[in-house]
Design a protein. Structure first.
Lengths: 180, 291
């Protein structure tokens, strides 16, 4: 009888110790979750807000998302583009995929950056564009590739006033004839 | 202290593991599709003039562009690891590795003079998911294992995804106000942006939206459009306050992006597909009782 009572008491002590251990484990888990969640949360929030708090160049993925934040008080806009020019002077835009890749924004910055790097870089880019355009049936009748910078009234442009107010040609290169 | 306690209780409220698993699966799949979709552009950098290399973000550790072989390989490597991420396989490794590779590949895309922002939120979301137990359910790692009970460790990542979503819009609004003040909401700036964007596309031989150019004839329309867009962005954090506010804001923001797509031909696929708002998943569930 005494041994049975001792056994019951031992089992109860054991069970209660196990329950305490489980509770402590749950508390440790809960604390761990809170520490990780709070640390990651505060870190990520500060990182995302950092462009608001500290000025700096745009970056990825942390950014101030300045896509529509630049000052554009007037409809006047300057474009650097590549054109295919035919013998009779007709000018046709060369699409972005023949300039850089399929992004028009990438094509624009590539052209602008090449203009800034000077005549040698322009000549190389012009020749590369011409080689790619040579294989494109849309430019079968074109004679030259021109890279130029032009200024337009962007609003008036879509009212029919499509001529630029200024135009500066940076480089001109021949479009090789397709030998076929 | 009361406010801090309420904030903590809301942030760490338990969520089912399957919600986090579902978000992992959807965001991961979306990211893999975006990598594959952009692969032609990503590999095109192999033929760019190295003088045009302007590294940003993680890629800033490079002094020069990657060799062509690595330029070609990186999107495919990212997509392969991304598939494991989405499937929740070997997640302890594939989680952080895909978040890193995706961020790297997209930062590389931004390292040629033009920083693109369409995948910024995706990269941030992948980073949060990588640091969470997002493969505890609906994953290959968890097959054959019964789903754990709802817990705070599955809840805070979802809340953080939602917080980051609204903060990116808030930061965008602050950018506009910092450079242009409240004058941005008057409409003239937006009209000039729409016109210049269309002009650029026409003169560079790319597609432009005829809807946007038609609207230029009606300047009065741009003030309410601009004011509405700015308000949606600036007050985005209010969507975190209550589930009804979240539902209204998400609907309005989706409509805003549809408008941008229609007027300017610029599609932000992540919010347009709804994936940007998956952090709100518990609040979007009509059965949710959370305030």
């Amino acid at each position: 009888m005494l041994r049975s009572l001792e056994l019951v008491a031992w089992r109860e002590r054991n069970a209660s110790q196990q329950l305490r251990a489980m509770a402590m484990e749950r508390t440790r888990e809960r604390t761990r979750t809170h520490v990780i969640g709070a640390t990651v949360g505060i870190g990520v929030v500060l990182a995302v807000l950092s462009p608001v708090l500290v000025s700096g160049p745009d970056s990825f993925p942390i950014s101030s998302f300045p896509m529509f934040a630049h000052v554009r008080a007037s409809p006047m806009g300057t474009i650097t583009h590549a054109l295919a020019v035919s013998a009779d002077g007709r000018r046709r835009p060369i699409p972005p995929e023949l300039v850089a890749n399929s992004s028009s924004l990438q094509a624009l910055v590539t052209l602008q950056a090449t203009v800034a790097r000077g005549p040698a870089a322009l000549a190389t880019l012009c020749a590369g564009i011409a080689e790619r355009a040579r294989l494109d049936a849309r430019f079968a009748g074109s004679r030259d590739v021109v890279i130029e910078t032009a200024t337009y009234d962007a609003v008036a442009y879509f009212d029919g006033d499509v001529e630029p107010t200024t135009r500066e040609e940076h480089v001109r290169c021949p479009l090789p004839r397709d030998p076929r | 202290m009361n406010a801090l306690r309420r904030l903590s209780d809301a942030y760490f409220a338990p969520a089912p593991a399957r919600w986090l698993g579902l978000v992992r699966l959807l965001v991961g799949s979306y990211a893999v599709i975006q990598v594959l979709r952009r692969t032609p552009r990503l590999v095109s950098f192999a033929r760019f003039d190295p003088a045009g290399f302007r590294p940003v973000g993680l890629v800033s550790m490079l002094d020069a562009p990657l060799p062509p072989a690595l330029t070609f390989a990186q999107p495919y490597a990212a997509a392969a690891v991304g598939a494991l991420f989405a499937a929740g396989a070997f997640y302890r490794v594939s989680g952080p590795l895909f978040a890193l590779l995706f961020t790297w590949v997209m930062a590389y895309r931004c390292s040629w003079g033009m920083v693109f922002h369409t995948e910024s939120l995706v990269a941030l979301h992948l980073g949060i998911l990588a640091l969470s137990p997002a493969a505890s359910a609906l994953s290959l790692d968890a097959r054959g294992v019964s789903e754990p009970p709802p817990d705070a460790r599955f809840g805070w990542p979802l809340r953080l995804l939602a917080v980051v979503t609204v903060l990116t819009y808030f930061v965008s609004a602050v950018s506009k106000l910092k450079t242009n003040g409240v004058g941005w909401a008057e409409g003239e700036l937006l009209r000039n942006y729409v016109a210049f964007d269309a002009l650029r596309k026409v003169e560079l031989g790319a597609f432009h939206s005829p809807i946007g150019t038609a609207l230029l004839r009606f300047p009065a329309l741009f003030a309410p459009m601009a004011a509405g867009a700015l308000a949606l962005e600036l007050f985005a954090p209010l969507a975190l306050v209550h589930r009804y506010a979240a539902r209204i804001w998400i609907t309005a923001m989706w409509a805003f992006h549809m408008g941008v797509w229609a007027v300017m031909g610029i599609g932000f696929a992540y919010p347009l597909t709804g994936f940007a708002f998956l952090g709100f998943v518990q609040w979007l569930d009509p059965r949710s009782r959370e305030p």
